[in-house]
Design a protein around this ligand. Sequence first.
Ligand SMILES: [Zn+2]
Length: 430
Amino acid sequence: MNVWCEQLVVAGTVTPRVRIVGEAGGTVARLEQGVDPSPRDLRLGLVIPGIANAHSHAFHRLLRGRTHDRGGDFWVWRERMYQAARSLEPDVYRAVARAVFAEMLCAGYTAVGEFHYVHHRPDGTPYPHRMELALSAAAAEVGIRLTLLDTVYLAGGIGVPLSPEQRRFGDASASAYLERWHSLAEQIPGLGAALHSARAVPPEAMKEVVAGLPPDVPLHIHVSEQPQENQSVRDAYGVTPVRLLHDLGILSARLSVVHATHLTQEDIGLLGDAGVAVVMCPTTEADLGDGIGPARELLDAGAVLAVGSDQNAVIDPLLEIRGLEMQDRLRSLRRGRFTPAELGRAAGAGGYRALGLPEPLRPGGLFDLVELDTRSARTVGAAPEQILLAATSADVQTVVVGGRVVASSGVLADGLRPQDLLADALREAS
Ligand SMILES: [Zn+2]
C-alpha cells in the first residue's frame, strides 16, 4: 500500500504533500516530498509516525472508574489490582487484552509493550504458555504491534515470599524463569523481557536473568515509582534502585526503566550515561499519586524518553505526551519544557526503540502511522508542528500498522468497536 498525505509531521518538522511508498513486509521503501498523489494512493490529511505505548498492563483496565471512592495510596490501589487479577484465566485474559489493544489502536497507539506478569494459575501451577499466547493472539486479532515483555517476579518484597495473591505471578527461581522464557521465545517472535522491580527480584536473580537472555532482547524494569520502594532498597542494600542496577551491570541502552520518579542527581547521571530509555507514564503517575519524575533532566543527561499508559486508566497517547510536558511545567513553573520535536520523538522513535523496534515512517523503517483531524473543535487553528499539544485521541482518524489500515475513526478495520469488545470483556471478567 502507498499513502499520500497533505502534511507529514515528524519530530516537529512539517513536510507538505508526501507520498509514503511501502514495500513487502510492512516497511517503508521511500518518502517522496512535494509530490501529487498517484491514483491508487490512500489519501490522508495530517500524518504523524506511529506511537508506541511502551508500558502497559492490559488487565488493569478492569479497574478504570472503579477505584476513586476510597482514597488511599498506590499500595491500597495495588490490593484492588490483585483482586482484579484473580478473575483472569487464558480466555478471559485474551478477551480483555483484545478489547484493550483495540482501544489503544483506535486511540492512536500502533505498538504496545505489554509488561506481563500473570503467568500461572492462581495457585502458582503452570498454564504452559497459555496466558502469554493469549496476549499474542489478542494483539494479532486487532492488528497492534506487540512486544511482549515477559516478566520475572520472584518475591513479595525484599526478603519477603510471594503472598497468596502474587503466587500466580512468580516463577520458582531465575533459572525456572529463563527456561520458561527460552521455550516461549520459540513460539513468540520478538519476545522481550522484564524484571518486575528491585522489590520483586533479588539482585543475584536479576544478574542471572540478564546474563541468561540474548543480548539484543529489550529489557524493562519498574524503577523508583514510590518513595517506599527507594527506602526498602536502601535499607536492604544501602543504595538507590538505580545505583543497584548500575552496580549489577544492568544499565545499558537495551534497558528501559519505567517511571523513574524519585531519583537522586547521581541516579539521573547514571541513567543518562548508560543511554537507557525512560518510560514516563504521566496519566498513571497522576492517578496513583506517584509524583513527577525529572524527565527534562533525564533527557539532558542522555536518556531516551518514551511514554506508556501503564494501568490504562487513560488510553490516549496525546494526553500522555501532553502530560509529559504539563507535569514538567507544574514542577518547574516554566513553559516549553520540551520542544515539539522532543515530544514527537518520545511518542515515536523513543517508544519504538524501547520496544526493540525500528523507527516508524523512515526509509527502511516500519510503515506505521496515525492521521489526526486538523479541523475538529480541539485542533482547528493549531500549528501543525504543535498538534500534539492540542489533539486528543478523539482526533485520531486512520491508523496504519505495517502498511495496513487497522482502524479508522474509532472503529477497527473489521468493523468492531472497542467499546463493544470492552463491555463483553468486562462481563467475562466479572
Ligand atoms: Zn507498570
